[in-house]
Design a protein around this ligand. Structure first.
Ligand code: GLU
Length: 424
């Protein structure tokens, strides 16, 4: 590369900078030319909307909504919608770019996008959330579409919100169009296996990495930070394969039991307890962040960004980190983790099971057909395992970490496609 300066890394809490610094390293190793570098570093489209919503008490509140399309070079853009108080443009930009790289790593024909609304769904009624979701869909009516941009769930949203999105979009078109969104309820054209898909991909990646590290699953221990959709299914599926899950955590704190936590019982407890682990008695309660520093074989961060950072990276004792969340490790922590010899199955590889089964959902909707759960799992497991092997091989070939190898695989694919398609 010619004149491009190293990507700045001022604030490690800025996920876009964190994404850019890895993108920069991988681009340099690949010898990416300046033209392609500049195309790929800038999101293709950024839309910001203000959404006035009538709250249940009759007042009107205005919410900020975002949709960033990072790239549509590989195909229609794909990515979830996040409802969280911390949502901001930089975060959505980073998450959108990560979707581009993620789809490229698992070789599915999508570009990357992400949406978000700054709100706290935990403090909103279902009616308020429905009005917000429908208003957002209408505001994005020119953006969304089965061949343009296909949303899905992310933090704070699930099948219920996707049903409202599908319904609102379909009303404006005068017909049912279920392929505009994935992660829908089964009866609306959702796919079998989609709910568990991200956690299942985390499990497949963890087992593949354990094989490389010669860790026997039946003699291994694991801690799962974040007990939402991704973390709970990852924990359950790992436990089913012999891994002893000794700790899980959520916003209420962390729960440790050296004999292993009964994950199904913990999930049942959470489901009957307003979605929180608060008051769980099957384990000892420890300080929330301490879960990251436990002496376990496998650590699965499955909550949010930057939880492993320069403050705590030195104290991590796991042999393997499998990233269920997007961006859980800051760029500064990468170096510390690598120096400690810890293997990382990075987010854009390890949590790609969700978007992979989203792709299957979209394919089934377009075929007007339904696959069995067994077919979905078999095909997504194979995609995840092949992607892991490809990233591992690339890491050996270039002598780089698994994270940089995943970026190399992804950027190379998108850059080659861009070259064939051409610019102006
Ligand atoms: N939100 C999920 C992710 O970050 C899934 C996206 C999708 O299925 O489109 O990968």
């Amino acid at each position: 590369m010619g004149y491009i300066e190293p990507a700045p890394l001022k604030d490690e809490k800025n996920p876009f900078e964190a994404m850019m610094s890895r993108f920069h390293i991988a681009s340099q190793i690949l010898g990416l030319d300046d033209e392609v570098y500049n195309v790929l570093k800038s999101p293709a489209k950024q839309v910001i909307v203000s959404l006035p919503i009538t709250m249940d008490d009759g007042s009107i509140r205005v919410f900020d909504g975002y949709r960033v399309i990072h790239s549509n070079i590989l195909g229609p853009s794909k990515g979830g919608i996040r409802f969280d108080p911390g949502v901001n443009l930089d975060e959505v930009k980073a998450l959108a770019a990560w979707m581009t790289w993620k789809c490229a790593v698992v070789d599915i024909p999508y570009g990357g996008a992400k949406g978000g609304i700054q709100c706290n769904p935990r403090e909103m009624s279902s009616g308020e959330i429905e009005r917000l979701m429908r208003a957002f869909t209408l505001a994005m009516i020119e953006i969304f579409g089965p061949d343009r941009d296909i949303p899905a769930p992310d933090m704070g949203t699930g099948p219920r919100e996707m049903a409202w999105l599908m319904d609102e979009f379909s009303r404006t078109q005068g017909m049912t169009i279920n392929s505009v969104v994935t992660g829908k309820p089964l009866v609306l054209g959702g796919s079998l296996g989609r709910t568990e898909a991200t956690g299942r991909g985390v499990m497949v990646s963890a087992l593949a990495a354990m094989e490389k590290l010669r860790i026997n699953p039946y003699k291994s221990t694991c801690a799962v930070q974040g007990f939402g959709n991704v973390g709970s299914f990852a924990a359950l599926l790992l436990a089913e394969r012999g891994v002893k899950v000794v700790a899980v955590s959520d916003l209420s704190g962390a729960y440790f039991n050296e004999n292993g936590i009964d994950i199904q019982a913990a999930i049942d407890f959470r489901n009957g307890n307003n979605g929180t682990m608060d008051g769980y008695s099957g384990a000892e309660k420890i300080e929330g962040n301490d879960i990251l520093e436990l002496e376990v074989d496998v650590l699965v961060p499955a909550a949010t960004e930057d939880v492993i950072n320069s403050q705590n990276a030195e104290k991590i004792r796991a042999k393997l980190i499998v990233e269920g969340a997007n961006g859980p490790t800051s760029a500064k922590a990468d170096t510390i983790i690598n120096d400690k010899g810890i293997m990382v199955a990075p987010d854009i590889l390890a949590n790609a099971g969700g978007v992979t089964v989203s792709y299957f959902e979209w394919v089934q909707n377009r075929l007007g057909y339904k696959w069995t759960g067994e077919r979905v799992n078999r095909r997504s497991d194979r995609i995840m395992k092949d992607a892991f092997d490809n990233v591992y091989k690339t890491s050996q070939e270039y002598d780089v970490s698994m994270r940089i190898a995943a970026y190399i695989v992804a950027i190379d694919k998108v850059a080659k496609t861009y070259k064939f398609r051409g610019g102006y």
